[in-house]
Design a protein around this ligand. Structure first.
Ligand SMILES: [Zn+2]
Length: 108
């Protein structure tokens, strides 16, 4: 299991710490723990030119999210709405929950 597994989850709100989208906020759509990358909604957009089709159909630009390093992202706590580092807390039943290092609340 990757150590990033608990840090970031699908649908988390994250803020971008570095790069062209620095300071922007989005929801995590997909996580690749093996590569340590995540796709965040409407962030790190790359533009691809699609070829013009036959019979005068216009070529266009297709915008698509590209994966970015998880280390460039910080989770925004759903409780205090602050970007935070994520801690872990072991529950009595042995399961782990993520906690906000700012307010101490668990992050679901
Ligand atoms: Zn918090």
């Amino acid at each position: 299991m990757s150590k990033t597994n608990l840090i970031l989850k699908k649908n988390d709100k994250v803020i971008v710490l570095t790069g062209k989208d620095k300071g922007k906020i989005g929801s995590v759509l997909k996580i690749d723990t093996e590569k340590g990358r995540a796709i965040v909604e409407k962030l790190n957009i790359i533009k691809k030119h699609s070829k013009a089709g036959a019979k005068g159909a216009k070529g266009g630009i297709v915008e698509k999210e590209s994966p970015m390093p998880i280390s460039n992202l910080m989770v925004i706590c759903s409780k205090c709405a602050e970007p935070t580092r994520v801690g872990k807390r072991l529950l009595e039943d042995g399961s782990k929950v993520r906690t906000c290092k700012k307010c101490g609340e668990s992050i679901i």
